[in-house]
Design a protein around this ligand. Structure first.
Ligand SMILES: C[S@@+](CC[C@H](N)C(=O)[O-])C[C@H]1O[C@@H](n2cnc3c(N)ncnc32)[C@H](O)[C@@H]1O
Length: 303
């Protein structure tokens, strides 16, 4: 079994602790909140009817706040990502605010040690028809491959050498396409309406991980990255660390991983858990553990 650690806390607190212990991760695979919430109304009725994307995260920063928040995230990632590690950042946009996602590359490039080194297009299984008259149905999303500027020429990727030219020593590599076709998700979940699929995540692991990788997902949601790590390498040489604000989603992730390891049908499991657990509108962002005490102490031991 892969070693999986779930932390119910703000990823900034978690990264701060990792940095203070000089703990390094090899690869980050994540999908941050997109700030595409349609409901800016934070009335109790709105919360009760659960018209938000995530169960507790309001997903409603304005463009400037989102930009500053992202810069902060990447400056913290700089402290925990090993040399030549990459951040695989899956991000999308809403029809109402398509600019938000495009402001981020500029913000990252100009305000952090990172750059956009490449980009994967993910074609999903399906997309909801877009009801806005002049907008297309968005069947694809992007995964930005973000490396440190200083690691642009050397960042880790699993491209294989196909042949070497004898006279010059020039290497020729197998093709590795920047296109992935994978399902939208592993089954819909009431706690989070913006999950990705473990198949997408596994395809990313094939390209960027190995059996000794320490993978970090700062926005773990329902634990999809952990499931993908377990599929990719079910041995304790592989480590996956995840952070999530929502206690319900952390609980869900733990149960989901246990069910996966028991060989249960994952879609069936998600449906059953959905009936068992309703999102709790009283959970608010103010109840985030501080990162001190309970499960949120320490970091996994790094050998
Ligand atoms: C796009 S979802 C991730 C979905 C995940 N990839 C999955 O498949 O389940 C983003 C998640 O980030 C969480 N989140 C938002 N801000 C956070 C923060 N500062 N630290 C940790 N988690 C956060 C939200 O609660 C939400 O569940």
């Amino acid at each position: 079994m892969a070693k999986c650690f779930f932390y119910n806390e703000d990823c900034l607190a978690n990264m701060g602790r990792m940095a203070s212990k000089n703990f390094k991760v090899d690869l980050v695979i994540t999908s941050p909140p997109y700030m595409t919430s349609r409901s800016k109304v934070k009335t109790q009725k709105a919360l009760d009817t659960y018209n938000r994307r995530y169960d507790i995260c309001l997903d409603d920063m304005d463009e400037n706040e989102y930009r500053e928040w992202t810069i902060n995230i990447f400056n913290k990632l700089d402290k925990v990502l090993s040399k030549d590690g990459v951040v695989l950042y899956n991000i999308s946009y809403g029809s109402e605010n398509p600019n938000a996602m495009w402001l981020l590359p500029e913000a990252i490039i100009n305000n952090t040690p990172f750059m956009i080194s490449d980009c994967i297009v993910w074609k999903k299984g399906s997309a909801l028809p877009n009801n806005v008259g002049n907008k297309m149905t968005r069947l694809t999303e992007f995964v930005f491959i973000i490396s440190r500027k200083s690691d642009f020429a050397t960042y880790r990727i699993n491209k294989k050498v196909k042949s070497v030219r004898e006279d010059t020593g020039q290497k020729y590599y197998e093709n590795m396409s920047n296109f992935i076709q994978a399902p939208n998700n592993d089954g819909s979940c009431d706690l989070n309406k913006a999950t990705y699929s473990s198949k997408l995540c596994e395809e990313l692991l094939f390209r960027f991980a190995n059996e000794n990788s320490i993978v970090f997902d700062p926005f773990m949601g329902t634990g999809t990255t952990a499931i993908a790590c377990e599929k990719f390498c079910p041995s304790d040489t592989m480590m996956c660390i995840g952070c999530e604000l929502s206690p319900n989603q952390v609980e869900f992730s733990k149960k989901r991983l246990a069910a996966f390891r028991e060989g249960k049908d994952m879609r069936q499991f998600t449906r059953e858990l959905k009936r068992e657990k309703k999102p709790n509108a009283n959970d608010t962002v103010h109840q985030i553990p501080s990162g001190e005490g309970g499960e949120n102490t320490g970091v996994p031991s790094q050998t």
